[in-house]
Design a protein around this ligand. Sequence first.
Ligand SMILES: [Zn+2]
Length: 312
Amino acid sequence: MKTYNDLDFGVTCIDTAHIRKEMVAAYLIEDDGEACFVDTGTHLTVPRLLEVLDKKNISYHDVKHIILTHIHLDHAGGAGQLLKHLPNATIFVHKRGVRHLIDPTKLRDGVIGVYGELFFKQCLGDLLPIPEERIVTANDGDEISLGNRVLKFINTPGHAKHHVCIWDEKSRGIFSGDTLGVSYREFDTENGEFIFPPTTPIQFDPETWINTIDSLLELKPERAYLAHYCMIPFHPHIANKLKNEINNFSAIAQKLASSKNRHKEITLALLDHLLSSTKKHGVALDQNVQSKLFKGDLGICARGLEVWLDQQ
Ligand SMILES: [Zn+2]
Protein backbone atom coordinates (compact mmCIF):
# COMPACT_ATOMS: atom_id res chain seq x y z
CA MET A 1 0.00 0.00 0.00
CA LYS A 2 1.40 3.35 -1.01
CA THR A 3 2.10 5.45 2.07
CA TYR A 4 2.08 8.89 0.54
CA ASN A 5 1.42 11.07 -2.44
CA ASP A 6 3.40 14.18 -3.34
CA LEU A 7 1.11 17.06 -4.27
CA ASP A 8 2.16 20.52 -5.45
CA PHE A 9 3.27 23.41 -3.21
CA GLY A 10 5.35 21.20 -0.88
CA VAL A 11 2.29 19.36 0.37
CA THR A 12 2.27 15.59 0.87
CA CYS A 13 -0.86 13.56 1.44
CA ILE A 14 -0.18 10.65 3.78
CA ASP A 15 -2.50 7.66 3.79
CA THR A 16 -2.88 6.79 7.48
CA ALA A 17 -4.57 3.51 6.41
CA HIS A 18 -7.03 3.81 9.30
CA ILE A 19 -9.92 1.34 8.63
CA ARG A 20 -9.00 0.96 4.95
CA LYS A 21 -6.66 2.44 2.40
CA GLU A 22 -7.30 5.98 1.18
CA MET A 23 -9.92 6.79 3.78
CA VAL A 24 -8.13 9.03 6.29
CA ALA A 25 -5.35 11.43 5.31
CA ALA A 26 -2.81 13.36 7.29
CA TYR A 27 -0.80 16.05 5.53
CA LEU A 28 2.82 17.10 5.66
CA ILE A 29 3.74 20.61 4.53
CA GLU A 30 7.37 21.45 3.82
CA ASP A 31 8.70 24.94 3.31
CA ASP A 32 12.29 26.15 3.31
CA GLY A 33 13.70 23.54 5.69
CA GLU A 34 10.73 23.46 8.04
CA ALA A 35 7.91 20.94 8.18
CA CYS A 36 4.48 20.70 9.71
CA PHE A 37 1.85 18.01 10.03
CA VAL A 38 -1.84 18.73 9.62
CA ASP A 39 -3.62 15.98 11.56
CA THR A 40 -1.95 12.79 12.68
CA GLY A 41 -4.28 9.85 12.18
CA THR A 42 -4.57 7.56 15.19
CA HIS A 43 -2.05 6.31 17.73
CA LEU A 44 -1.63 3.22 15.52
CA THR A 45 -0.92 5.16 12.33
CA VAL A 46 1.96 7.31 13.67
CA PRO A 47 4.66 4.92 12.30
CA ARG A 48 3.44 5.75 8.79
CA LEU A 49 3.96 9.48 9.42
CA LEU A 50 7.48 8.87 10.72
CA GLU A 51 8.18 6.64 7.72
CA VAL A 52 7.35 9.57 5.42
CA LEU A 53 9.82 11.81 7.27
CA ASP A 54 12.48 9.09 6.96
CA LYS A 55 11.85 8.54 3.26
CA LYS A 56 12.01 12.27 2.58
CA ASN A 57 15.12 12.72 4.74
CA ILE A 58 13.39 15.25 6.92
CA SER A 59 14.98 15.50 10.35
CA TYR A 60 12.53 14.98 13.22
CA HIS A 61 14.03 18.20 14.66
CA ASP A 62 12.74 20.21 11.69
CA VAL A 63 9.09 19.49 12.31
CA LYS A 64 7.88 22.71 13.86
CA HIS A 65 4.11 22.30 14.17
CA ILE A 66 1.45 19.65 14.47
CA ILE A 67 -1.88 21.26 13.62
CA LEU A 68 -5.05 19.39 14.56
CA THR A 69 -8.10 20.36 12.54
CA HIS A 70 -10.24 18.91 15.33
CA ILE A 71 -9.98 16.30 18.05
CA HIS A 72 -11.98 13.44 16.56
CA LEU A 73 -9.65 10.50 16.98
CA ASP A 74 -9.22 9.50 13.34
CA HIS A 75 -7.57 12.93 12.93
CA ALA A 76 -5.95 13.64 16.28
CA GLY A 77 -5.66 10.34 18.17
CA GLY A 78 -1.98 10.01 17.30
CA ALA A 79 -0.92 13.48 18.45
CA GLY A 80 0.49 12.36 21.82
CA GLN A 81 2.47 9.50 20.29
CA LEU A 82 3.75 11.60 17.36
CA LEU A 83 4.86 14.43 19.63
CA LYS A 84 7.18 12.05 21.52
CA HIS A 85 9.26 11.69 18.36
CA LEU A 86 9.34 15.39 17.41
CA PRO A 87 11.33 17.34 20.02
CA ASN A 88 10.69 20.82 18.57
CA ALA A 89 7.05 20.52 17.56
CA THR A 90 4.18 22.43 19.08
CA ILE A 91 0.58 21.27 18.84
CA PHE A 92 -2.04 23.74 17.63
CA VAL A 93 -5.68 23.02 18.37
CA HIS A 94 -8.99 24.85 18.86
CA LYS A 95 -9.39 26.16 22.40
CA ARG A 96 -12.18 23.64 23.08
CA GLY A 97 -9.75 20.83 22.31
CA VAL A 98 -6.91 21.84 24.65
CA ARG A 99 -8.15 20.26 27.89
CA HIS A 100 -9.01 17.00 26.11
CA LEU A 101 -5.47 16.71 24.81
CA ILE A 102 -4.00 17.35 28.26
CA ASP A 103 -6.33 14.78 29.83
CA PRO A 104 -7.83 12.47 27.20
CA THR A 105 -9.94 10.47 29.71
CA LYS A 106 -13.22 12.02 28.60
CA LEU A 107 -12.39 11.58 24.91
CA ARG A 108 -11.46 7.95 25.45
CA ASP A 109 -14.60 7.23 27.50
CA GLY A 110 -16.77 9.02 24.93
CA VAL A 111 -15.38 6.98 22.06
CA ILE A 112 -15.65 3.70 23.96
CA GLY A 113 -19.24 4.66 24.85
CA VAL A 114 -20.20 5.13 21.20
CA TYR A 115 -18.01 2.57 19.41
CA GLY A 116 -17.08 0.06 22.11
CA GLU A 117 -13.86 -1.05 23.78
CA LEU A 118 -12.92 -3.46 20.98
CA PHE A 119 -13.02 -0.73 18.33
CA PHE A 120 -10.92 1.52 20.56
CA LYS A 121 -8.25 -1.14 21.06
CA GLN A 122 -8.18 -2.50 17.52
CA CYS A 123 -8.66 0.65 15.46
CA LEU A 124 -7.43 3.49 17.65
CA GLY A 125 -4.88 1.72 19.84
CA ASP A 126 -4.29 4.23 22.61
CA LEU A 127 -4.54 7.89 23.48
CA LEU A 128 -1.59 9.55 25.20
CA PRO A 129 -1.91 12.73 27.26
CA ILE A 130 -0.01 15.75 25.94
CA PRO A 131 1.99 18.07 28.21
CA GLU A 132 0.22 21.43 28.51
CA GLU A 133 3.39 23.39 27.68
CA ARG A 134 3.50 21.86 24.20
CA ILE A 135 -0.01 22.96 23.21
CA VAL A 136 -0.92 26.35 21.73
CA THR A 137 -4.50 27.49 21.14
CA ALA A 138 -5.34 28.06 17.47
CA ASN A 139 -7.55 31.15 17.61
CA ASP A 140 -9.62 32.38 14.68
CA GLY A 141 -7.42 34.60 12.50
CA ASP A 142 -4.12 33.59 14.13
CA GLU A 143 -1.22 33.17 11.72
CA ILE A 144 1.86 31.01 12.11
CA SER A 145 4.89 30.75 9.89
CA LEU A 146 6.43 27.74 8.25
CA GLY A 147 9.58 28.51 6.26
CA ASN A 148 8.49 31.23 3.83
CA ARG A 149 4.85 30.49 4.23
CA VAL A 150 2.04 31.76 6.39
CA LEU A 151 -0.69 29.45 7.67
CA LYS A 152 -3.85 31.02 9.03
CA PHE A 153 -6.40 29.41 11.36
CA ILE A 154 -10.10 29.82 10.75
CA ASN A 155 -12.78 28.73 13.22
CA THR A 156 -15.09 26.40 11.32
CA PRO A 157 -17.94 25.10 13.50
CA GLY A 158 -20.67 22.88 12.02
CA HIS A 159 -19.07 19.44 11.85
CA ALA A 160 -17.74 20.03 15.36
CA LYS A 161 -17.41 23.08 17.62
CA HIS A 162 -13.71 22.33 18.06
CA HIS A 163 -12.93 22.48 14.34
CA VAL A 164 -10.44 24.80 12.69
CA CYS A 165 -9.41 24.95 9.06
CA ILE A 166 -6.05 26.18 7.85
CA TRP A 167 -5.81 28.67 5.02
CA ASP A 168 -2.61 28.32 3.01
CA GLU A 169 -2.21 31.39 0.81
CA LYS A 170 0.71 29.80 -1.08
CA SER A 171 -1.46 27.02 -2.55
CA ARG A 172 -4.70 28.95 -2.19
CA GLY A 173 -5.77 25.82 -0.39
CA ILE A 174 -7.79 25.00 2.69
CA PHE A 175 -6.75 22.15 4.95
CA SER A 176 -10.30 21.37 5.77
CA GLY A 177 -10.38 18.36 8.08
CA ASP A 178 -14.03 17.30 7.85
CA THR A 179 -15.52 20.75 7.18
CA LEU A 180 -15.47 20.60 3.38
CA GLY A 181 -16.92 17.11 3.27
CA VAL A 182 -15.90 13.58 2.40
CA SER A 183 -15.00 12.77 -1.19
CA TYR A 184 -13.55 9.38 -2.02
CA ARG A 185 -11.68 9.02 -5.28
CA GLU A 186 -13.54 5.81 -6.17
CA PHE A 187 -16.61 7.96 -6.94
CA ASP A 188 -14.94 10.37 -9.37
CA THR A 189 -16.62 10.47 -12.77
CA GLU A 190 -16.62 12.77 -15.75
CA ASN A 191 -19.12 14.78 -13.70
CA GLY A 192 -16.36 15.50 -11.21
CA GLU A 193 -16.04 14.71 -7.51
CA PHE A 194 -18.80 13.17 -5.43
CA ILE A 195 -19.11 14.72 -1.97
CA PHE A 196 -21.12 14.21 1.21
CA PRO A 197 -21.07 15.58 4.77
CA PRO A 198 -19.68 13.55 7.69
CA THR A 199 -22.42 14.27 10.25
CA THR A 200 -20.40 12.68 13.05
CA PRO A 201 -21.54 12.82 16.71
CA ILE A 202 -21.88 14.86 18.83
CA GLN A 203 -21.88 18.45 17.59
CA PHE A 204 -23.33 18.32 14.06
CA ASP A 205 -25.12 21.61 13.45
CA PRO A 206 -26.41 22.02 9.88
CA GLU A 207 -27.13 25.76 9.88
CA THR A 208 -23.80 26.65 11.41
CA TRP A 209 -22.00 24.31 9.04
CA ILE A 210 -23.58 25.89 5.95
CA ASN A 211 -22.61 29.36 7.19
CA THR A 212 -19.06 28.12 7.72
CA ILE A 213 -18.87 26.82 4.14
CA ASP A 214 -20.11 30.18 2.84
CA SER A 215 -17.48 32.05 4.83
CA LEU A 216 -14.72 29.77 3.50
CA LEU A 217 -15.87 30.47 -0.05
CA GLU A 218 -15.10 34.15 0.48
CA LEU A 219 -11.42 33.19 0.46
CA LYS A 220 -11.84 31.98 -3.15
CA PRO A 221 -10.00 28.72 -2.48
CA GLU A 222 -8.67 26.78 -5.44
CA ARG A 223 -8.18 23.48 -3.63
CA ALA A 224 -9.34 21.65 -0.54
CA TYR A 225 -7.08 19.25 1.29
CA LEU A 226 -9.76 16.93 2.62
CA ALA A 227 -9.08 14.49 5.42
CA HIS A 228 -11.34 11.95 3.63
CA TYR A 229 -9.74 11.69 1.14
CA CYS A 230 -7.05 13.79 -0.34
CA MET A 231 -6.88 17.02 -2.31
CA ILE A 232 -9.67 18.09 -4.63
CA PRO A 233 -10.00 21.20 -6.78
CA PHE A 234 -12.52 23.36 -4.95
CA HIS A 235 -15.17 25.38 -6.74
CA PRO A 236 -18.42 27.00 -5.61
CA HIS A 237 -20.41 24.18 -7.26
CA ILE A 238 -18.74 21.59 -4.98
CA ALA A 239 -19.62 23.78 -2.01
CA ASN A 240 -23.22 23.95 -3.21
CA LYS A 241 -23.39 20.17 -3.55
CA LEU A 242 -22.08 19.78 -0.03
CA LYS A 243 -24.56 22.32 1.39
CA ASN A 244 -27.41 20.51 -0.39
CA GLU A 245 -26.29 17.21 1.08
CA ILE A 246 -26.16 18.68 4.59
CA ASN A 247 -29.81 19.63 4.11
CA ASN A 248 -30.66 16.25 2.56
CA PHE A 249 -29.05 14.31 5.42
CA SER A 250 -30.88 16.46 7.98
CA ALA A 251 -34.20 15.97 6.17
CA ILE A 252 -33.72 12.18 6.05
CA ALA A 253 -33.08 12.15 9.80
CA GLN A 254 -36.09 14.35 10.54
CA LYS A 255 -38.36 12.18 8.45
CA LEU A 256 -37.35 9.08 10.42
CA ALA A 257 -37.12 10.82 13.81
CA SER A 258 -39.90 8.83 15.43
CA SER A 259 -39.44 5.53 13.64
CA LYS A 260 -39.12 2.41 15.76
CA ASN A 261 -35.67 1.30 14.76
CA ARG A 262 -34.39 4.79 14.20
CA HIS A 263 -30.66 4.13 13.93
CA LYS A 264 -30.98 1.31 11.46
CA GLU A 265 -33.56 3.12 9.36
CA ILE A 266 -31.57 6.34 9.12
CA THR A 267 -28.43 4.39 8.20
CA LEU A 268 -30.27 2.53 5.43
CA ALA A 269 -31.98 5.68 4.17
CA LEU A 270 -28.64 7.47 3.96
CA LEU A 271 -27.20 4.56 1.98
CA ASP A 272 -30.20 4.54 -0.38
CA HIS A 273 -29.87 8.28 -0.85
CA LEU A 274 -26.14 8.08 -1.59
CA LEU A 275 -26.52 5.18 -3.99
CA SER A 276 -29.17 7.00 -5.98
CA SER A 277 -26.99 10.13 -5.97
CA THR A 278 -23.91 8.24 -7.19
CA LYS A 279 -26.05 6.74 -9.96
CA LYS A 280 -27.05 10.24 -11.10
CA HIS A 281 -23.40 11.22 -10.80
CA GLY A 282 -22.53 8.45 -13.27
CA VAL A 283 -20.65 6.12 -10.90
CA ALA A 284 -20.34 2.75 -12.61
CA LEU A 285 -18.98 0.79 -9.62
CA ASP A 286 -20.99 -2.19 -8.46
CA GLN A 287 -23.49 -1.11 -5.78
CA ASN A 288 -22.18 -3.71 -3.32
CA VAL A 289 -18.70 -2.26 -3.67
CA GLN A 290 -20.10 1.24 -3.20
CA SER A 291 -22.01 0.13 -0.10
CA LYS A 292 -18.81 -1.27 1.36
CA LEU A 293 -16.99 2.00 0.74
CA PHE A 294 -19.76 3.98 2.45
CA LYS A 295 -20.20 1.49 5.26
CA GLY A 296 -17.53 2.93 7.55
CA ASP A 297 -19.17 6.34 7.46
CA LEU A 298 -22.91 5.87 7.44
CA GLY A 299 -23.45 4.32 10.87
CA ILE A 300 -21.44 7.20 12.33
CA CYS A 301 -23.33 9.78 10.24
CA ALA A 302 -26.63 8.30 11.44
CA ARG A 303 -25.53 8.50 15.07
CA GLY A 304 -24.53 12.14 14.67
CA LEU A 305 -27.89 12.94 13.10
CA GLU A 306 -29.66 11.19 15.96
CA VAL A 307 -27.79 13.24 18.55
CA TRP A 308 -28.82 16.35 16.61
CA LEU A 309 -32.48 15.18 16.50
CA ASP A 310 -32.45 14.61 20.25
CA GLN A 311 -31.21 18.15 20.81
CA GLN A 312 -34.09 19.72 18.84
ZN1 LIG B 1 -14.51 14.70 12.48
